[in-house]
Design a protein around this ligand. Structure first.
Ligand SMILES: NC(=O)C1=CN([C@@H]2O[C@H](COP(=O)(O)OP(=O)(O)OC[C@H]3O[C@@H](n4cnc5c(N)ncnc54)[C@H](O)[C@@H]3O)[C@@H](O)[C@H]2O)C=CC1
Ligand SMILES: O=C(CO)COP(=O)(O)O
Length: 356
């Protein structure tokens, strides 16, 4: 009999803890997985106790996902290498600003046959200039296959077991079905596709659009405006994918990682919420992140900066007015009150007759 696959979750924030609930449940009931799931926890002291102790004794991440039990077969470990060294499947789910440091620490310390699944939404700077997808960065540091999971998945709702869907972008059929088994439940349905990069591009870019939706909410615009932002944002996402990831398929945008995640984040996400408060209070984004999110991290403003870095290099800022306006507002170069003016004459607003 083949050896049972060991799973490690690298990360224990809001989404990391919600996915631990699912992975712990599936690992305990499915024969192909070792029932003991390790979870790397960035240690902190909460009410005088270590977070790892709280998770291992009370089976709850009281800081990042309060009110939800994490299965007792999920073991919290504060040492990154210790938690990951025996794993056959590494699930990466940390805010993207921390992934490079963690990859450096893991380099040469994991099983060479391990396979990764990245749930991380964002980009980072590429070494030779431009930007890179997080899964590519992990792949390069650790020299393992890295697949991705992105979808309309607000962590709290997933943890509440409210029905939703997700998309796994997978590089091989064999791993596609193993990862589907590991992740799927009756209330968390998985579609596996092979357009891996586009799945990840969708997950990263929608956070920029969500900031735009939040600015519009803060400025008092209504649902029609928000729909326009979602649509223009979607068109920029597609254009970005088709420009920089040539094999990108349009159909991927119809999966949960595409339109669905865009909608859910523009209505219910943290990026939207903090961006709305940014307009209403005039406080800076870093302060609001601390004030509103209690240690959780925003991805939208940093992603807007990374994407802008790429667009500037390519002299393409004008072709992506929504992404560019969100970046400028987050960066303090544009007043949020001018946001709608920046997208009023969008390149999408043209006569679109077919040739027939
Ligand atoms: N929360 C959500 O609803 C969803 C989040 N995601 C994505 O999942 C990824 C992870 O997000 P969350 O789990 O929500 O994290 P989070 O936003 O809850 O971030 C907090 C986590 O960061 C850790 N942390 C703080 N400082 C650190 C440091 N210096 N080094 C290492 N770790 C540190 C904390 O210990 C905690 O585990 C992000 O890319 C996010 O976009 C994807 C889908 C849903
Ligand atoms: O990615 C998410 C939902 O799919 C969460 O978005 P926020 O980070 O804006 O909360």
């Amino acid at each position: 009999m083949a050896e049972k696959k060991k799973v490690c979750i690298v990360g224990s924030g809001n989404w990391g803890s919600a996915i631990a609930k699912i992975v712990g449940y599936n690992a305990a009931r499915l024969d192909i997985f070792d029932s003991r799931v390790t979870m790397y926890v960035y240690e902190e002291i909460i009410n005088g106790r270590k977070l790892t102790e709280i998770i291992n004794e009370d089976h709850e991440n009281i800081k990042y996902l309060p009110g939800h039990k994490i299965p007792s077969n999920v073991v919290a470990i504060p040492d990154l290498v210790e938690s990951s060294k025996d794993a056959d499947i590494l699930i990466f789910v940390v805010p993207h600003q921390f992934i490079k440091n963690q990859c450096e620490a893991l380099c040469g310390k994991i099983k060479p046959t391990a396979v990764g699944l990245s749930l991380i939404k964002g980009f980072d700077r590429a070494e030779g200039g431009g930007i890179d997808l997080i899964s590519h960065i992990i792949q390069r540091y650790l020299n393992i296959e890295v697949n991705v999971l992105m979808g309309a998945n607000l962590a709290g709702e997933v943890a509440d077991e409210k029905f939703c869907e997700t998309t796994i972008g997978c590089r091989s059929k064999e791993w596609g079905s193993i990862l589907k088994n590991l992740i799927e439940t009756d209330n968390f349905k998985v579609v596996v596709i092979d357009d891996v990069d586009t799945v990840e591009v969708c997950g990263a870019l929608k956070n920029i659009v969500a900031c735009g939706a939040g600015f519009a909410d803060g400025l008092g615009y209504g649902d029609n405006t928000k729909s326009a932002i979602i649509r223009l944002g979607l068109m920029e996402m597609i254009k970005f994918a088709q420009t920089f990831y040539k094999s990108s398929q349009l159909g991927t945008f119809y999966e949960s990682c595409g339109v669905a995640d865009l909608i859910t984040t523009c209505y219910g996400g943290r990026n939207r919420k903090v961006s709305e408060a940014f307009v209403k209070t005039g406080k800076c984004i870093e302060d609001l992140e601390k004030e509103i999110l209690n240690g959780q991290k925003l991805q939208g403003p940093i992603t807007a900066e990374e994407v802008n870095h790429m667009l500037k290099i390519k002299n393409m800022e004008n072709e992506f007015p929504l992404f560019t306006a969100v970046y400028k507002i987050c960066h303090g170069d544009l007043k949020p009150q001018l946001f709608i003016d920046e997208i009023r004459n969008h390149p999408e607003h043209i006569v679109k007759f077919s040739n027939l």
